[in-house]
Design a binder for this molecule. Structure first.
Ligand SMILES: [Zn+2]
Length: 609
């Protein structure tokens, strides 16, 4: 009795999820040849099977193999170009188009496996384009560890998408992302051997010890802490002591990163490297070339980042690593642990915020792209408003993105696997805009201060893990003390939309009644604000029955009246005030604009007497 009581107490108090996770440690030695754009690699991979399952196969990603004519990525891209997107235009990803088809043999990418051993024994494997399937001679037992030794060689593709060399715009030589054979993640849903068609990522948490030997004139930036700065120089060494550079044509850069799920790097002989210590245990690095943006605009990134950091950490949780690098890369903007590669300085904020929603909260982006791109876009809008002192609605553009998607007739539910959206043009606004609206609209449902507590609680409970949609909702439910599963079901798993309207007003027994109507199929709680001739206002709040709770007062100046919950099956609801109808000047559903009501014209009624 006593014992079970204690166990129960512990279970409730420690909200830490107990989901098992696999673990990796990569040790890689890379020899890069900048004349042939090829490199060889020795990879030692220690793999901890923390699952309760016996593994008879392993899977790796071989991303570079996507950059070959006729690959799945090539086929998908060319097919999208043939499909009509918005305005009848082809539904291309402009960066890919039909460019893979036209790669010459010395421009394609590849990763070739030369040998693979598990605990010293050679293993049978099959290359399935971007996936390597390994049939193990002996299974990996639950709660055991194996060592995998691989020799491989690779050719860096001409820059098409994310990875590659020699982008004509940025003129950066090497954007080394998705560049090594990377173990697929095995989780409670099993293996995730997702063929690479150009979209999202998912990796195993672990440590990376990476040594890269390259022409001594090349400057590298990337994931991890440089272990031998005094043999490297280039601004990494602790001045004023002169670095001791080993003689010879090559330098070996030795990096170490702990508790990350990927490793990226970039190299160019003309990088300008600047760094800024923004607090005792955090240095920001900047590596850029003034090719397609000015030096001043690149260097502003470091000062803006320093200014934003306290706000970001207070709102989204502490940044735990000792380093972050903003690096000029070959394509758009892309996030990696402790680093981003951006083609220009404009994307720095979004990509940096991915350190939270990607880097630390490593959701399976293929399945929950909205928790990655959407939450990052939300954080970007919010931090951008802070940096620029904006006072308006920070998410206006994001909401507009969602509204045009919802009205396009081509929306697909956010629960769609990222690779399997029918259209490029509906994937973007779905995961970025509708995903960001999810978070701001959650503030409408539970109240902004409660939503902010949820953000931090989510961070503390799920960092260094792989939270899914339900994990987020459970945190939100516990913090708000409301049921929110309905919000996930409608917003994520369906494309049902919100549309409420002011139906009618009339006087009855000296009071005024206002009838509201639900037109859209998705139910929501309602904030209704009444404004009167004398300038006073009233807030009438109707919770939704499915919430089993009500949000705390957000606006303290305006008196609030709370009603019984609106039952989701009912299409109308009538509220009442003691004011005369002729006192009214304005009736308005959600003046905060956080409710993503797709038809806002019927949300506002001005009265003139
Ligand atoms: Zn992003």
């Amino acid at each position: 009795m006593t014992l079970s009581f204690i166990i129960l107490q512990t279970a409730i108090l420690s909200a830490q999820p107990d989901r098992w996770q696999q673990r990796v440690k990569y040790t890689m030695n890379i020899d890069m040849n900048v004349q042939t754009n090829r490199f060889t690699g020795k990879q030692k991979l220690e793999y901890w099977n923390n699952s309760p399952d016996t593994l008879t196969r392993l899977f790796y990603h071989l991303y570079f193999n996507a950059f070959q004519p006729g690959s799945m990525m090539d086929e998908k891209s060319r097919r999208q170009g043939a499909v009509n997107g918005p305005g009848g235009r082809p539904d291309w990803d402009q960066r890919v188009r039909d460019r893979i088809l036209n790669l010459k043999p010395d421009e394609i990418g590849y990763q070739k496996i030369l040998s693979l051993k598990m605990n010293g024994r050679p293993q049978q494997y099959k290359v399935l384009e971007t996936i390597l399937e390994v049939k193990l001679d002996k299974p990996v037992l639950p709660k055991s560890k194996v060592q995998l030794d691989m020799d491989f060689e690779a050719q860096v593709p001409l820059q098409i998408r994310r990875s590659g060399r020699d982008n004509p715009t940025s003129k950066v030589r090497y954007s080394m992302t998705q560049w090594y054979p990377k173990l697929c993640e095995y989780d409670y849903e099993g293996w995730h051997p997702t063929p690479y068609v150009g979209r999202e990522f998912y990796g195993v948490w672990g440590d990376f010890d990476v040594s890269i030997s390259i022409d001594k004139n090349y400057i590298i930036g990337g994931t991890g802490y440089l272990q031998n700065p005094n043999q490297i120089g280039y601004g990494y060494d602790s001045a004023p002591s002169m670095p001791i550079i080993p003689s010879g044509k090559f330098k070996t850069w030795h990096f170490y990163a702990e508790n990350v799920h990927d490793f990226a790097w970039t190299a160019d002989p003309e990088f300008i490297h600047k760094s800024k210590k923004v607090r005792n245990d955090l240095t920001l690095h900047l590596l850029y070339k003034p090719t397609n943006a000015s030096a001043a605009s690149w260097e502003k990134v470091l000062t803006d980042a320093e200014k934003a950091l306290p706000f970001i950490e207070k709102t989204f949780g502490p940044y735990p690593y000792k380093q972050y690098s903003f690096i000029h890369g070959g394509d758009g903007g892309m996030e990696y642990p402790m680093a981003t590669l951006c083609i220009g300085p404009g994307a720095w904020l979004h990509e940096w915020l991915h350190s939270w929603y990607y880097g630390l909260l490593g959701t399976n982006e293929s399945l929950y792209g909205w928790m990655d791109e959407g939450f990052t876009t939300y954080a970007e809008d919010r931090t951008d408003a802070f940096l620029n002192g904006n006072t308006g609605f920070a998410y206006d553009g994001t909401y507009r993105g969602y509204f045009s998607l919802a009205k396009s007739g081509k929306e697909e539910p956010l629960s769609t696997h990222a690779d399997h959206y029918n259209l490029n043009s509906s994937y973007g606004p779905a995961v970025y805009s509708k995903g960001a609206v999810f978070m701001e609209q959650l503030g409408y449902i539970v109240g902004a201060p409660v939503r902010d507590k949820i953000l931090l609680e989510y961070y503390y409970q799920w960092r260094y893990k792989h939270p899914n949609a339900n994990d987020f909702i459970r945190v939100a439910e516990k913090v708000s003390d409301m049921k929110l599963d309905w919000y996930k079901e409608y917003w994520i798993n369906s494309i049902k939309t919100i549309d409420y309207a002011i139906d009618s007003l009339w006087e009855e027994g000296g009071n005024t009644k206002v009838r509201l109507k639900r037109i859209g199929l998705m139910p929501m709680p309602i904030d209704l604000q009444l404004t009167f001739k004398d300038g006073t206002k009233e807030l009438h709040y109707i919770p939704l029955d499915l919430m089993y709770g009500e949000k705390p007062v957000e606006e303290t100046e305006i008196p609030r009246k709370v009603y019984d919950a609106w039952k989701w099956t009912h299409s109308t609801y009538t509220i009442e005030t003691s004011r005369k109808l002729t006192d009214f000047t304005l009736v308005e559903i959600d003046p905060s604009m956080r409710l993503a009501d797709i038809e806002r014209k019927n949300n506002r009624l001005e009265l003139k007497w």
